[in-house]
Design a binder for this molecule. Structure first.
Ligand code: PLP
Length: 404
C-alpha cells in the first residue's frame, strides 16, 4: 500500500510567506482602501533591463526558424553562459573556477533545496539562526533533522548557530562539529556581510574538520564594501570544502524569469566520491536544462551594457535600502543591514514579538514586512524590511511609519 513521506508531516505550520499572505489578504478584505505597501517578500519590482529584454526578443525569434531553433538545452548549461560566468564572476576576481565546474539551473532556491540529495541520510547540518528557511526544510523533508520542538522552534538533530547583535549577526564557529555548514552572505534575512578574514576562518574550520560548506551568494551583487568577499573561492582552500550557489534573481531581476547556477569544484572529493560527478549525474537524471531563451538573457547580463544596466538596478534598490535604514534610524529604531544587502533588519520596539510588530505595522501603517522569528528562534524580536519596493512606495512606507 502507498505510504507518504512522513517527514513532510513533521514540517510545522505553513511556509512563512503563505502565513503572511493570509494575514495580508484578511486585512485587505476588511480594509479594501488601505493601499497596503509590501516590503515583505524578497521579490524585485523593477522591470528587466534593456539589454536583457533585447536578448530575450532575439532568442525568441531564433526559435521561429528551423535553422536557429533550440530544443533541449545541455543539462549542465550552454557553454556560452558557463564560459562567461567562469570569466566574469570568478577569473575576474582571481578565483580559479572552470566553466565545467559551473552548473546552470533555474535558480538558487531549487539548487539550495536539492543539494542535500548528495548528503548521507545521517548528515548533521549546521545553520545560522535566523536562516533562509529552505536549507532546514529541505533537510526535514529528507528526514535528516530529528524532531521539532515547538517550544524552542528547533529541530533536535540540527546545529543552530545564533546570529545576534553580540556577534554582529555573523555566526561563531560551532563547538559541535557538523558535516555540512550552510552559510549565506550577504545574509538573508539579517543583511549582514562577512569579511574575507572571517570567511577564511570558516573555510579553515571546514577543511580541518572535513565539513562541506554550502555557500549561498544570491545577494553578491549588493556588496559595497572592500573587505567583503564576492565568492567563497576568494578564500584559500575553499575549492576543497565549498559549493557556491548564485542567482540572477536579485541582481538582474530574474525572479520571474528563473536562472541561477551552482559551482561544484572538482576538488570536492569525500571518500572516493566526487561531488562534482554526483551533481552532474543528478542534473543529467532529473533536469533538462534552463531554457535557451533564458540562458541568452543571462549571458546578456555580462556585456558592458548588461553590466551597466544591472549596476543601475542594484543601485536603485540600494538607494531604497539607505532611505529605509536612515529613515528608521532617525525615528529611533535600532537597524542593521542595508549596506551590503537589500535587507534591513530592525529591532522591534516596546518588547513586541516579531509577529506582534508585524500586526502593529500592518494595522497602523498598512506596511508589510517579515517577522524575524519566521527565520528561526534567534530572529525573535526582529523584523525584516526589504529594499525591493519602488522608491515611491519606500518613501510612502516610511512616511506612514513615521506618523504612527
Ligand atoms: C538566500 C537566498 N537564496 C536563494 C534565494 C532564491 O533565489 P532564486 O530566485 O534564484 O531561486 C533567495 C530568495 O529569496 C534567498 O534569499
Amino acid at each position: 500500500m502507498f505510504r507518504v513521506n512522513e517527514n513532510y508531516l513533521k514540517l510545522p505550520g505553513s511556509y512563512l510567506f503563505s502565513t503572511i499572505a493570509k494575514k495580508v489578504a484578511a486585512y485587505s478584505e476588511e480594509h479594501p482602501d488601505s493601499g497596503i505597501i509590501r516590503l515583505g517578500i524578497g521579490d524585485v519590482t523593477q522591470p528587466l533591463t534593456e539589454p536583457v529584454i533585447k536578448a530575450l526578443h532575439e532568442a525568441v525569434d531564433e526559435m521561429a526558424s528551423a535553422e536557429t531553433f533550440h530544443g533541449y538545452a545541455p543539462d549542465l548549461g550552454y557553454a556560452f553562459l558557463r564560459d562567461t560566468i567562469a570569466k566574469e564572476d570568478f577569473a575576474a576576481r582571481g578565483c580559479d573556477i572552470k566553466a565545467d565546474e559551473i552548473f546552470v539551473s533555474d535558480g538558487a532556491k531549487c539548487d539550495s533545496g536539492n543539494i542535500q540529495e548528495l548528503f548521507a541520510p545521517d548528515t548533521k547540518i549546521a545553520v545560522c539562526d535566523p536562516v533562509y528557511p529552505v536549507y532546514v526544510d529541505s533537510n526535514v523533508m529528507a528526514g535528516r533533522t530529528g524532531d521539532y520542538d515547538p517550544e524552542t522552534g528547533r529541530w533536535s538533530s540540527v546545529i543552530y548557530m545564533p546570529c545576534t547583535e553580540s556577534n554582529g549577526f555573523v555566526a561563531d564557529l560551532p563547538e559541535e562539529i557538523p558535516d555540512v555548514i550552510y552559510l549565506c552572505f550577504p545574509n538573508n534575512p539579517t543583511g549582514a556581510a562577512i569579511t574575507k578574514t572571517r570567511l577564511q576562518e570558516w573555510v579553515d574550520f571546514a577543511v580541518k574538520n572535513g565539513c562541506l560548506i554550502i555557500y549561498d551568494a544570491a545577494y553578491e551583487a549588493y556588496i559595497s564594501e572592500e573587505d567583503v568577499p564576492h565568492s567563497i573561492y576568494e578564500c584559500e582552500g575553499a575549492k576543497n570544502c565549498a559549493i557556491e550557489i548564485r542567482s540572477f534573481s536579485k541582481n538582474a531581476g530574474f525572479t520571474g524569469v528563473r536562472l541561477g547556477y551552482t559551482v561544484v569544484p572538482k576538488e570536492l572529493v569525500f571518500g572516493n566520491a566526487s561531488l562534482h560527478d554526483m551533481w552532474a549525474r543528478r542534473h543529467g537524471t532529473k533536469y533538462n536544462g534552463a531554457p535557451y531563451i533564458i540562458q541568452k538573457a543571462g549571458v546578456a547580463c555580462y556585456t558592458e551594457e548588461g553590466k551597466a544596466s544591472i549596476r543601475g538596478l542594484v543601485s536603485y534598490y540600494m538607494k531604497n535600502a539607505k532611505t529605509i535604514y536612515d529613515g528608521l534610524k532617525d525615528m529611533g529604531y535600532t537597524v542593521y543591514g542595508g549596506v551590503n544587502s537589500p535587507y534591513i533588519w530592525l529591532k522591534t520596539t516596546d518588547g513586541m514579538s516579531s509577529w506582534e510588530f508585524f500586526d502593529y505595522l500592518l494595522s497602523r501603517a498598512g506596511v508589510v514586512g517579515t517577522p524575524g522569528s519566521g527565520f528561526g528562534p534567534s530572529g525573535e524580536g526582529y523584523f525584516r524590511i526589504t529594499a525591493f519596493g519602488s522608491y515611491e512606495n519606500t518613501l510612502k512606507a516610511l512616511d506612514r511609519i513615521r506618523s504612527i
